[in-house]
Every structure is written in C-alpha cells, then in structure tokens.
Design a protein around this ligand. Structure first.
Ligand SMILES: Cc1cc2nc3c(=O)[nH]c(=O)nc-3n(C[C@H](O)[C@H](O)[C@H](O)COP(=O)(O)OP(=O)(O)OC[C@H]3O[C@@H](n4cnc5c(N)ncnc54)[C@H](O)[C@@H]3O)c2cc1C
Length: 428
C-alpha cells in the first residue's frame, strides 16, 4: 500500500476494492460521532452506530485497513493469549466473566456480519488449531482445553496422531481445535466493513490524518489537513498505528513485528494432505509461527519479525527452511508474496479501554487478537454513544494508560530475539 510492497502483500493483491473515498474537505462537518482509524475497531463502531441512527464520520490517515487490520494472519480467534480463567483473576469476577463471554462469542459476530452484508472476504468458519510444540506446549493447550470446556466452549483436544492428520505434519505433540474460530482475508473484511458502514450512512474519509482534537465544551473539534469535524463523541481506534496525536496510547504498547509469506497455490493433491480441514494454525513457542490457506490454495506462513534491514534475509531464509521441514513436499514451491506489520502488546497481554476525555474513548492493545475482539468492541462503543450501554457495561474497565517500561529496549528485544531464533533454528 502507498507504494510499499511489504505492507499488505497477498491481501492487497486479492482483496475486492474499498469504497471510493477521499480526504475530508468540509469545514465544521457536524456529526454525533467521529471515529479515528479505519480498521476493524473503527469500522465496526461506525457500522453499528450508523445502523443505530447516529451520524458518523470516520477519519483515516492512510487507507482502509492500512494498520494491523489489513496485514494480519486472518485468524478469527475466540479469546486472548491469557488463559480463560486468568481473566477474572486479572480483571475481577464481573469484568473477567463478561470479557470471556464477549471474546468467546466474537467470532460468531464476525461471521454473522460477513453473511449479513454479503462481504466477499474468504470467511472460513471451520475452526483454528492451536498446535503444541514439545511437552511444555502440550501442557499449555491441555490446560486451555480444560478451562474452556468448563465454560461450555466447543473445543477438542487432539493427540499427536490426530493433529498430524489434521495438519499434514508430525511436528506437533497435540492440538486444540476451537470450532468457534476460523479464518478470513483480513483486508477484504476491513473493506467489507467499510462498504457496509458507508451503506448504513457513515461518512468515510481517507488520507485524513487527525492532527488536533480540541475540547469546545459543547463538542469536540477535530482537524485534518484540509477539513474539520465537530462531534459529540470521539472514538480513537488507532491501536499499534497510533501516531503523535495520542502519545499515551503509543507509549503503553510494545510493538511486536510479525511477517507473513504466501506460497504459490498448492496442487489439489497437496491440499488434500496438508491442512485438509482448512483451519487456521498457530503454535505454542514464544517465537510462534502460523499458517493457513487463502482461497487460491496458497499457504500463508508467518512468524515474529520485521522484513526490513538485517532481519529481511534471516526471516526469509528461516521461512523457507521451516516450511521445508514442516512439509518436505513443498521444498520447490516458491513464496510469491511477503509482508509484515506491527502488533501492539501490553504488559498483561490484555487490551485496554481508556477514557481520553469527556465522551472520548479508545480500545487498543489487542496483543495480536484484534479481528474478533476489535469487531465486538466496536459494536460496544456504538452502543455507548447510542445510549444502549453505560461505560460500566463495557467488556473492559476504564483504566489509565501506563507507559510501558523499557519500551524501546523491549521492541528491539522482540526483533533481536526473533532473528536469533530464526538464524539458529530450522524449526522445532
Ligand atoms: C502481522 C500481524 C498479524 C496479526 N494476526 C492476527 C490474527 O491472526 N488474528 C487477530 O485477531 N489479530 C491479528 N493481528 C492483530 C490485529 O490485526 C489488530 O489487533 C487489529 O487489526 C487492530 O485493529 P484496529 O482497528 O484497532 O487498528 P488498526 O487496524 O491498526 O487501524 C488503526 C488505523 O488508525 C489509523 N490512524 C492512526 N493515527 C491516525 C490519525 N491521527 N488520524 C487518522 N487515522 C489514524 C492508521 O492509519 C490505521 O489504519 C495481527 C496483527 C499483525 C500486524
């Protein structure tokens, strides 16, 4: 996107067009709600608010899906990294239970929206497989399985043989199949949300970076390079792509780079052996990897790291070696696309809800789990502005933003750690 071949790769090459949009030119455009950022969170907010009868303007600095929403793996997960039972421990019983339910239900919200609005975004609601590496990984998914079962989730623990049949590799000691989850083409989903929001009446402006948000007592005044908006509510949905406007959001996240490489389409025979059930896969190591198909039968294979500078060659070579080791029959299958983005991590691996001013709220810090949660939280923000929810009914408590300790060092550490692992290890 914007002339960068490594920004959105396969997703940009295969997504249907976004709605036709341009920069905000109006002065003092009056709306009920201004949304900053056109990713899953902002677009879901806009769609649900417009459907509820509010007037909405979405202001996006670049293009729809420019941030994490257009670059990610496309795993529509149910839940967070943290164990389901850790949520009440971390947030208290009321919020923990509410968040767990909200996250568990969130994939079905995504797939229902895709159906309802006829979005062409390669939605495959066939579950995800969390694959265990070694005994430590197996203990982790076994405990996750136990906890989700208690809460009635449709999860299944696969032994090494079953996970080998499900994935086509013997690399894993077990797998957790979560039938609530699935995969989508993420940029196509973001663009689908944008079309639906515009159809519902939201105004969407791209290349419209918000540079100032001023409190005018009766409303907020937002300024972009060529226009301005007056709004009663402001929702900030800029996550790991937050710029200088809200430094506190930027400072509380540690940005973790993650890249994807997409192969040429596999043959029918290869697809019958490798991941025949079309689930999305990710594994248990800290420097994790993931893979899934797109509609053309390309395998999208990813891991931690940025495709730039010294990391470019290291991660790319690892990708080749790792794929060959997982699936030796793909040794001569070329990679045709590669891209990367940044994930916003928080200190407790949970997203944050902040009140940045009177009727100014943000959700951010998805820790690599923003598709379903961002969609669900967007609906919650719309409900707040429509008067259907109170702040205390939202799935997270409002907390102050806290600057991450040693942010720069930890960001360098993620990339250096991934380079070290990828340089020294073929895989497993
Ligand atoms: C490589 C990668 C892999 C991932 N894999 C997964 C996955 O498999 N499953 C999953 O659930 N999640 C995944 N994630 C996380 C997920 O993509 C994000 O959590 C999610 O996209 C966040 O959505 P958002 O709408 O909150 O923010 P974003 O999609 O990041 O959008 C923020 C937008 O705000 C805009 N913006 C910033 N400042 C301004 C401003 N001042 N004015 C106007 N606009 C502004 C940006 O241009 C950007 O478009 C992954 C992320 C990455 C990067």
């Amino acid at each position: 996107m914007n002339g960068d071949a490594y920004s959105h790769g396969l997703w940009e090459a295969s997504a249907p067009a976004a709605p036709v949009t341009g920069p905000l030119q109006e002065q003092d455009l009056r709306v009920d709600i201004a949304v900053i950022g056109a990713g899953f969170t902002g677009l879901s907010t806009a769609l649900h608010a417009a459907e509820g009868g509010a007037s909405v303007a979405v202001l996006e600095a670049q293009q729809v899906g420019f941030g994490g929403s257009g670059r990610n793996v496309g795993l529509v997960n149910a839940g967070m990294w943290v164990m389901p039972d850790a949520l009440p421990q971390e947030l208290g019983e009321a919020y923990g239970t509410r968040l767990r339910k909200c996250l568990g239900d969130a994939p079905s919200l995504v797939f229902a929206l895709v159906d309802r609005h006829g979005m062409d975004c390669q939605a495959v609601p066939r579950g995800t497989l969390h694959c265990a590496v070694g005994q430590q990984g197996l203990r982790d998914i076994t405990e996750r399985h136990r906890q989700w079962l208690v809460h009635g989730a449709p999860v299944e623990l696969l032994d090494a043989r079953a996970v080998a049949a499900a994935t086509g590799t013997t690399a894993y000691t077990g797998g957790l199949l979560d039938r609530r989850a699935g995969t989508i083409q993420p940029l196509a989903y973001a663009r689908g949300l944008a079309h639906a929001a515009v159809k519902a009446g939201a105004k969407l402006y791209t290349h419209s970076c918000v540079t100032e948000v001023r409190d005018e007592a009766s409303h907020w005044a937002l300024r972009t390079a060529h226009g301005s908006v007056q709004a009663r509510w402001v929702f900030v949905a800029t996550d790991a792509y937050t710029g200088a406007l809200w430094p506190q959001l930027q400072e509380e996240q540690i940005r973790l780079p993650y890249f994807n490489m997409a192969t040429a389409p596999l043959s029918d025979a290869q697809r019958a052996r490798i991941l025949p059930g079309l689930q999305g896969v990710w594994d248990t190591p800290d420097v994790l990897s993931s893979f899934r198909y797109d509609r053309q039968g390309r395998l999208v294979f990813g891991s931690v790291g940025a495709l730039r500078g010294a990391g470019m060659g290291i991660h790319r070579n690892w990708g080749r070696r790792a794929l060959n080791k997982l699936f030796p029959e793909l040794a001569s299958t070329p990679f045709e696309y590669e891209w990367y983005g940044q994930i916003g991590m928080t200190s407790n691996a949970l997203p944050r809800l902040h009140e940045l001013g009177r009727q100014v709220f943000s959700f951010s810090g998805y820790n690599g789990r923003g598709i379903a949660p961002g969609t669900a939280f967007g609906r919650e923000l719309a409900g707040l502005a429509l008067g259907q929810r109170r702040v205390e009914d939202l799935p997270l408590p409002v907390t102050p933003s806290v600057t991450a300790r040693f942010k720069g060092l930890r960001e360098m550490g993620y990339e250096a750690g991934a380079q070290l692992v990828h340089a020294t290890q073929a895989r497993l």
